[in-house]
Design a protein around this ligand. Sequence first.
Ligand code: ATP
Ligand code: MG
Length: 387
Amino acid sequence: MSNLLKAKKLIEGINEAGYEAYIIGGYVRDLLLGFDNQDIDIATSAHPTVVKQLFSKTILTGIDHGTVTVIFEGVKFEVTTYRTDGKYLNNRRPKDVHFVSSLQTDIKRRDFTINALALDNYGNLIDYVDGKKDIEAKLIRTVGAPEARFNEDALRMLRAFRFVAKLGFNIEQETLSAIKKVGSLIQNISAERILMELEKMIYGNYFFVAIEVMINTKFHHFLPHLKSGIEKIAVTKFLPTDLSEFLTICAVCGAYHEIVELPLSKQMIRKITLVYEMYSLEISEFSNLILYRNGLESCLLTNKLNVFLRNKDDLKEKIIAKYNSLPIYKICDLKFKGDDIINLYSKKPGSWIGMVLDDLSLKVLNGELKNEYNELKNYLINKHGIE
Ligand code: ATP
Ligand code: MG
């Protein structure tokens, strides 16, 4: 059964309990555009406690904002109670919300007209804000006065660029003017929320269009760590494949120290750092040792930066071929192991073993030794004069 049919069944369940429920937001927008979207959000007049009682599998992660995640026939649906938002403090999402009984009121708190369409179980479109017209005109327009809406939640401005990147739409004139006017408010938004929207923007088919519009509005001036990277992307047409690539170009464009302070996974910070170092050292020969130590992904990204930012030759295929024929990928790939070393030296285990293994791996990677048991053993015997 498709997600849509499951959603309809879920809605039926809510309706039977005496409450309204509609499919809302991105799914409806994408349906009108003919895009595939498996993520279905539902708006309902039922209070979250009721939603929780109606279904056996629920997750209460967004309960403060009225959202209950219902796992229905194996699919997750976000079911959000109609609400208006409480007072907005510092241009951020409100802490408290008020549940209301009408869909029309709920629609008013939504960001853009194209995201404010609802669909009932009979296929009727409920369109209080001319969202369909804006979809047809390919326009991103706030629900209500743009400046006020951006004052409430400044992240909406970045979301506008995210939807440009996803849909290739234009930002409607008044909405665009408001971004130019109050763009600086984005500085009040947490890095976590900004990074989440940026990540979605990178995956958009119209990423470069969004970058162009952002630069035209000067909005990127208020993302100071990202400004140079964004400008470089526009000039070089470097297309980041994910957030780590996007942040790495920002790092090599002068914001390394700020980028590694962002709330990112350790793994991402490590990758950004490795590439930043290789790029700064102008490494363009990817030796076995570098491939072994820094990994394929980091070397490929360094190469990509060299190609786009320094006009170097593209070594991608060579790097991949070299990586695929490395003699070892990890210390434990060595044919002469830690235990063999202890036996050979007849000494108590200690940190010295690591040093011996490092020596062996270096020689193997440099091609001075073959990764064969006897060859490695004989090398150690000769080197240390072991009887
Ligand atoms: P996508 O399919 O790319 O996820 P989406 O429209 O579903 O797009 P979400 O970020 O998942 O985007 O948000 C779901 C819906 O919630 C939006 O369509 C919009 O109606 C509403 N929404 C989300 N964030 C905001 C916000 N900051 N202010 C107002 N409404 C918002
Ligand atoms: Mg969504």
